[in-house]
Design a protein. Structure first.
Length: 259
């Protein structure tokens, strides 16, 4: 596969940013209010029943356990839904991709710009959520600042796999399948709301194959001010996941766009 990508992909990113700025007030609200509601419902509501949780050989309060998981879930959702539903609408309904293909931009640059924009959405949402969660004293700085570049890595990973699905599905309604079969299981079983150690052994092995498990672990470790071997392993996993999914996304979208 001959892939030719130049810095012109930034123009795709710039176009999406311009559109985003027109409705930023609406887009600003979910990452602002979501952590507050989750912390109120789960963190505070469950804290009376769950006094502490085991993580990386430490006992931590449940609210400290769940807060970074909410940030990681936000990273996944922002990138995944931007590069599935958002990209599909721009490609199929708005014909934006067709217009871009009539410019010096090639298909690889359009796809790269879309994925980078999905990762940028993850960063924006993460910064907003960090401001809210930090107000509760649930993030330890300065190491917690590394969550921001991690959000770009996580956003790129989920944006790339989202573009793979976008290159496959024929109708927008079919995105319900990857959401149900891919996103929902990760949301529930990636160490988000309870430790993976509480699962059966086979389910623990399965959970560690999921990208969100590693994104949650890495975000949680940084939030707690920890840099351990597990965090390094999770960082390497996400990096390899990007290196695999990005060219696959390019390939599937090339098949979709170039006929």
């Amino acid at each position: 596969m001959n892939v030719q990508i130049s810095l012109r992909f930034i123009r795709v990113w710039q176009r999406n940013l311009t559109v985003y700025r027109e409705s930023w007030r609406v887009n600003f609200l979910p990452p602002l209010l979501e952590p507050f509601f989750y912390l109120l419902a789960f963190g505070i509501g469950f804290s009376g029943m769950i006094t502490s949780v085991h993580f990386a050989s430490r006992e931590i309060a449940y609210v400290l356990f769940i807060a970074p998981a909410l940030i990681a879930i936000n990273m996944m959702n922002n990138a995944f839904f931007e590069n599935t539903y958002g990209s599909f609408v721009r490609m199929y309904y708005q014909k934006t991709f067709d217009a871009m293909m009539a410019t010096p931009l090639n298909a690889e640059e359009i796809i790269t710009g879309e994925i980078v924009w999905g990762a940028t959405r993850s960063v924006i949402g993460t910064v907003i959520m960090l401001m809210v969660i930090s107000g509760f004293g649930l993030v330890r700085y300065p190491l917690g600042l590394l969550i921001i570049p991690v959000s770009f890595l996580g956003g790129f990973a989920f944006g790339a796999v989202a573009m793979v699905f976008t290159g496959i599905v024929k109708k927008i309604d079919l995105f319900n399948l990857p959401v149900f079969l891919f996103v929902t299981p990760m949301f529930l079983f990636s160490g988000t709301f309870f430790p993976i150690s509480g699962l059966p052994l086979w389910a623990q092995y399965f959970a560690w194959t999921l990208p969100l498990t590693h994104l949650v672990y890495l975000t949680r470790a940084l939030s707690l001010g920890m840099l351990n071997t597990g965090a390094l392993v999770s960082f390497c996993y996400l990096t390899v996941f990007c290196l695999v999914m990005f060219p696959l996304a390019i390939f599937k979208m090339q098949q979709r766009l170039i006929k």
